[in-house]
Every structure is written in structure tokens, then in C-alpha cells.
Design a protein around this ligand. Structure first.
Ligand code: FIX
Ligand code: ZN
Length: 422
């Protein structure tokens, strides 16, 4: 063993410093974001006004302020950002995780948050140019690459794929199929209009056409996986169009193209429609639906994240039973320090290093800076706690081992799962 690699972990405090440093130095593959490659033009959001009008903060400002919903939506984004800044940063201390995130970003890009000077921040962002700024952000967040969310039903995104563009190796695709699974009637009409021979009854011919649609888009986008978000009531098996399409189309297409099917389960869409993108809520889901899929299709790979805290323990136990089930991320309302720490600890204790503890879900480019900064700190803390437990009996992790483990968590596990043949 190289002596220097042992020195840094000799004592528990030294080990903690080493783990924090290594986790910070380890590049990430961010396996679920809503970011877009530069070729998608205005779909890639960035800058302080986008940060301030993130839907997490919209939900918070519409609690804090009495402004009528209609009035909020009627004004320009910059004015919405002004209101959010005033209400959530100036009239009150910005202690929520989403507010804190904005400040982390501003400070990491070199701005003086103590000044509380929104116009100065705007001037900084106005001076940035996107190609260089993407590089700055990736460097600052220590990102290797990100996975986008690519929806062939989206009228703005679809033509970009159809016309073709120069690929950017930092941005991978994931084929998002919510409309297909959650709104079959409307999607059937769209597939029809795009030249697929489909009918509402999901006949054999329709099923084969849906498979053709999925295969075509997996190939066109080079999707790393297919993905869907699902309500708490998601059940499998059941007689619904959704369950039928999963069984007859998604599962075979996933097998054919060796891609996992990612399920993000537990979102109650549009609980308060007045909030628009911020309207969604959470409910507890049925983990058995996941285990039935894993059991019925042992040669298919499933990636799963659940939105309810209450589901996390049962989901970890399910993952212990199925090697074709890969858990990822602390999704959305779980992306808060107390819950990230709890979930990461639980996952390490039940599943060791075989998970992807986090994804960013960033919708605004700059958000990857705060999401990864905050999560890295927590992942390092929990990992160091686990090493400290091992050190009590004399198992001293060395630096290469810590590096290996961190690389698995932040990057390698995901790629290994993608490449795994079952
Ligand atoms: O369905 C999803 O992928 C969710 O992550 C989003 O729809 C949600 O709006 C979000 O941004 C959560 O972080
Ligand atoms: Zn998402």
C-alpha cells in the first residue's frame, strides 16, 4: 500500500476530510435532469431570473404573498422574479432548500450574496455566453454529463429531433413516455396523425405500431433509458391501457434495445391547477407493483425512484430481492437535506453501495451547482459515518478504496446498470 494513501485516513476526523474531498473531486453523471443540449436553443434555461422562477419557488411565493394567481401569471418572468426575490429573500430569510439553492449558485459563480443586489446578479448573467457558461457550470458542479428528459410528444422538442442537430457528448437522452402511458386516448390520436396504424382498443396491430414508435425514438435519440412518472395509484398488473402498453410494448422494446425502464412513482398531478407547473403533490404508492414487474420480467431492467418518504424502506427491501431493480435519487419533495440524509443512510445500510444516491432534476442549468454541492456534502457525511463504523473494528478504508466507492455512487453504478446483461 502506498504510504500516503493511508496517512489521510488514519484517524476518523482525517478520514472524514478525505471522504469530503474525494466526493467533491469525483465527477458526476446526473442521471435525471430537465436540461437540454445547446442545440435545443431556448429550451435550455439558465440565469438568475430562471433560478428565481423555478416552480419550487413559485409554490413558495404563492403561499407567502396574497397576489392573485392570475395576476402572477399575467406578468413577465422578470417581474415574477422580482416578486419572488422581495417576498422570499428580502421580506423573510431564505431558509427553504430551494431559496438556499439560489444563494449557493450565486455564491459559487462568484457573486456576493451578502449584497442582496438582484440587479448586479442580472448584469453578471447578461454578460455570460451560453457555450462558455455551460463549461463554467459543468466545472463548478464537477459534472461529467447529464441525462435529459426527451419527450417525443412535446411540440417544441419534437421538431429539433426530426431536423437533427450536432450532438453534445455531455448531454445524453432519455425517452420520456408519460403521454403514451398516462393519456392513451390523446396519444393514440397523435400517433395516428404521425402515420402509425393505431386504434384506441390496443389491438395486436396497435401494439406492434407502438413498439415501432418506441423503437424508432430510442434509436433516433440514442436514449439511455425509457422513463415515465406515475401516480400513487399505479398498479401492475391491471386491465388499464397503461398496464397493457407496459406489458405489450414498453417491456419488449426495452428488452430489444437493452435499455432500462425508469419509473418515477408517487406524483399526484395538478392538485392545485392554479399553480401550473408547481401544482403537483405526493402520495404513497404500491411497491408491490414494482416487485411484480421485476419478478415477471427478470431479464428487463427497472430504474425506480418514489416520491413519498413512506415508500423508501419498502422500496429498499424490494431492491434487495431483485438485481434488475436499480434505485436512484431523492426525487423532488425528498430533495431536502434531512430527507436526503435519511434516505441515503437507509439505502447504504440496506443496499451497500449499489444505488445512485442522487440525481438533480435540474430544470435550470445553474441549478446543478447547488443540487450537487448540497447532495455531495450529505453523501460524504453518510459515507464517512459508515466508514467510521468499520474503523471501530480496525477496517481502515484507504484512499483508492474511497475513490472507487465515490465513483460508483456518483457515476459508475448507473453506467454499470445500463451495461448489465441479465
Ligand atoms: O416528472 C418529473 O420528471 C418531475 O421531476 C418533474 O415533473 C417536476 O416538475 C420536477 O421538476 C421535480 O423536480
Ligand atoms: Zn424530473
Amino acid at each position: 500500500m502506498h504510504e500516503s494513501s493511508l496517512v489521510s485516513v488514519q484517524s476518523v476526523p482525517n478520514m472524514r476530510d478525505t471522504v469530503a474531498r474525494i466526493v467533491a473531486e469525483t465527477p458526476v453523471t446526473d442521471l435525471h435532469t430537465h436540461l437540454y443540449a445547446p442545440a435545443f436553443g431556448p429550451l435550455l434555461l439558465w440565469g438568475v431570473d430562471e433560478l428565481l422562477t423555478y416552480h419550487y419557488l413559485v409554490a413558495e411565493v404563492l403561499r407567502a404573498s396574497d397576489v392573485p394567481y392570475d395576476m402572477f401569471w399575467a406578468v413577465e418572468k422578470r417581474e415574477q422574479a422580482d416578486l419572488i426575490w422581495q417576498e422570499l429573500f428580502i421580506k423573510r430569510s431564505p431558509i427553504s432548500e430551494s431559496c438556499r439553492g439560489v444563494l449557493t449558485v450565486l455564491s459559487k459563480v462568484g457573486l456576493d450574496v451578502a449584497a442582496r443586489d438582484l440587479n448586479a446578479y442580472r448584469r453578471f448573467f447578461a454578460a455570460q455566453r451560453i457555450p462558455e457558461y455551460i463549461e463554467t457550470v459543468f466545472k463548478c458542479a464537477n459534472l461529467e454529463s447529464v441525462v435529459m428528459t426527451n419527450d417525443p410528444f412535446d411540440p417544441v422538442e419534437r421538431p429539433v429531433w426530426e431536423h437533427g442537430f450536432e450532438e453534445d457528448p455531455r448531454f445524453h437522452a432519455a425517452l420520456r413516455i408519460d403521454p403514451l402511458l398516462n393519456d392513451w386516448d390523446n396519444s393514440c390520436a397523435k400517433l395516428c396523425a404521425w402515420g402509425y396504424d393505431v386504434e384506441a382498443t390496443l389491438s395486436d396491430r396497435t401494439q406492434s405500431e407502438i413498439r415501432r414508435f418506441l423503437s424508432g425514438w430510442i434509436k433516433r435519440t440514442k436514449a439511455l433509458y425509457m422513463a415515465v412518472s406515475l401516480p400513487p395509484a399505479f398498479a401492475f398488473p391491471e386491465g388499464s391501457p397503461r398496464a397493457k402498453i407496459i406489458e405489450a410494448c414498453v417491456v419488449p422494446a426495452a428488452r430489444q434495445h437493452h435499455v432500462p425502464f425508469a419509473m418515477m412513482i408517487g406524483v399526484k398531478r395538478s392538485v392545485n391547477p392554479q399553480l401550473r407547473l408547481a401544482a403537483d403533490g405526493v402520495g404513497t404508492s404500491d411497491v408491490d407493483a414494482v416487485t411484480r414487474l421485476c419478478a415477471q420480467y427478470p431479464r428487463n431492467k427497472f430504474m425506480v425512484t418514489m416520491l413519498a418518504r413512506e415508500n423508501q424502506h419498502e422500496l429498499c427491501v424490494a431492491a434487495r430481492k431483485f438485481r434488475n431493480l436499480f434505485l436512484f435519487g431523492c426525487w423532488w419533495f425528498l430533495n431536502n437535506p434531512s430527507l436526503i440524509e435519511e434516505m441515503t443512510r437507509m439505502r447504504f445500510e440496506l443496499l451497500g453501495l449499489s444505488v445512485a444516491p442522487q440525481h438533480s432534476d435540474a430544470r435550470v442549468l445553474d441549478q446543478v451547482i447547488y443540487k450537487w454541492d448540497h447532495s455531495r456534502t450529505l453523501i460524504a457525511k453518510v459515507l464517512a459515518d459508515k466508514y467510521a463504523d468499520l474503523m471501530t473494528v480496525g477496517w481502515i478504508p484507504n484512499e483508492p478504496e474511497i475513490r472507487r466507492d465515490a465513483a460508483r455512487l456518483l457515476d459508475g453504478n448507473f453506467w454499470e446498470f445500463l451495461n448489465r446483461t441479465l
